[in-house]
Ligand binder design. Structure first.
Ligand code: NAP
Length: 405
């Protein structure tokens, strides 16, 4: 994609939606020309450096990166302006339709079509479920973080396994830190890298319901995996009850739970990607007891001992959550991935995928995305559905969500 299709004097500017961005740093780490940068508040794209290579688009877990505006070349939004945004200015705010017409002798319809094409981006815009509650975003920043106290830190994988995954509960005390299920929060690393530079904020999905671990507890829980040699995960996993951590966010405005008891939730995850689905399940259990909509979980881990929350999950009734726990490295058993089990369950999943009240959520390893997509395409096809058109339609209706790293 290039900017050459635009009339002289205009350019397409690559921008990031600050309401949807979860500040995971993926775009900055991916950009081959160093065009993406950030301050305490926002991740932004330098219009002088961005060459529209699109390398950052598909790794972005939220689609917030896939936004474009047509601007006058000399008045592109500066980095400073973008860093202050709390929401994206609309194309109409720019008043460039008329300008474009006068500059290039193009009709307004032609320019409007260009803008439309630019708006579409590469992957289409991520949209929240229509019924989702309105999230609060970016209330606390690196410069002004919330201070949370560690209230609990429990291992939720078998101590005999190498995988140390922890359920960490953060209390916000008197500070209001509103979150919705599906949102993420940032943990400010207390250490710098070897060159003395600040490390990017580490992002974790909220694993508790909006009203806390226990009702109205004003706390938030996280699912954190200790990564060998990982500076921040190691530090966080070692925190003891009573210690303080600096927190930013909340982030994310599209990977949200439908506030609709009739909605079917098809949740697919690996490892710690289960965090938001624990939150969804808790919310369903507390606020939508007996919901007619179904909740189905496909959850992959190496072994039962390495599957986060294995014990507590067994206690969740099937009416609340239908569970498919699959394992890739159990001695003597064939390797099974979530997409394999989905294929095995095609008979039940086909009608579900086609139902207008179904929402699909995928969270976890980046690598599983393609396999899950292929499985969904096969299942859809076997039930007379065209996944190639159904997926973007679901995405446009806020019914298809991916958060993979
Ligand atoms: P993991 O333990 O490394 O993997 C879980 C399972 O996924 C294993 O059984 C693994 O099988 C399997 N797997 C590997 N490749 C796969 C593929 N292509 N398709 C399907 N399954 C595959 O998982 P993890 O270390 O917990 O990682 C979870 C991911 O979730 C991380 O990338 C993390 O960043 C992300 N995430 C975390 C949070 C959070 O709040 N903590 C939130 C959102 C996302 P084998 O190893 O046997 O191949």
């Amino acid at each position: 994609m290039t900017a050459t299709a635009l009339p002289d004097g205009l350019k397409k500017q690559h921008v990031i939606d600050p309401e949807i961005c979860i500040r995971c740093n993926t775009c900055e780490a991916t950009c081959p020309v160093g065009a993406v940068t950030h301050n305490d508040a926002n991740y932004v794209v330098d219009p002088e450096k961005c060459n529209y290579c699109m390398d950052c688009i598909s790794p972005c877990p939220t689609g917030s990166i896939d936004n474009w505006r047509i601007v006058r070349a000399e008045t592109a939004y500066s980095l400073g302006e973008q860093m202050e945004w709390t929401e994206l200015p609309s194309q109409e705010d720019l008043g460039d339709v008329a300008l474009a017409a006068s500059l290039a002798d193009a009709s307004e319809a032609e320019i409007a079509a260009l803008i439309e094409a630019a708006h579409g981006g590469a992957g289409g815009k991520a949209v929240p479920p229509a019924s989702a509650s309105k999230p609060a975003i970016n209330l606390f920043t690196r410069a002004k973080p919330a201070i949370a106290t560690i209230q609990g830190n429990f291992r939720i994988t078998d101590p005999d396994t190498e995988s140390d995954v922890r359920h960490i509960v953060l209390s916000f005390g008197e500070t209001q830190f509103p979150v919705l299920e599906g949102q993420s929060i940032g943990i400010v690393p207390p250490v710098t890298n070897a060159d003395g530079k600040e490390l990017p904020i580490r992002l974790y999905s909220v694993a508790s319901a909006r009203d806390g671990e226990k009702r109205n507890a004003n706390n938030v829980s996280l699912t954190v995996k200790r990564v060998a040699g990982g500076l921040v995960s190691e530090w966080l996993c070692n925190r003891k009850v009573g210690e303080k951590v600096f927190v930013t966010g909340p982030f994310g405005a599209t990977f949200l739970m439908p506030n609709d008891a009739n909605a079917n939730l098809l949740m697919i995850c690996t490892g710690t990607g289960s965090a938001p689905f624990r939150a969804f399940t808790e919310r369903r259990r507390r606020a939508m007891e007996g919901a007619p909509g179904r909740a189905i979980l496909f959850f992959g881990a190496r072994t039962p001992g390495e599957l986060p929350y294995f014990g507590p999950l067994q206690k969740v009734r099937d009416e609340v959550l239908a569970k498919h726990l699959v394992f890739s490295r159990v001695k003597g058993a064939p390797k099974e991935y979530v997409q394999d089990r989905m294929r095995a369950e095609a008979g039940a999943l086909g009608p579900l995928i086609g139902a207008p009240s179904t929402h699909i959520f995928i969270c976890g390893l980046k690598g599983m995305e393609a396999g899950v997509d292929e499985a969904l395409a096969e299942i859809a096809s076997a039930h007379g559905l065209d996944w190639a058109s159904l997926k973007p339609a679901m995405r446009g209706e806020g019914r298809y969500h991916v958060e993979t790293y």
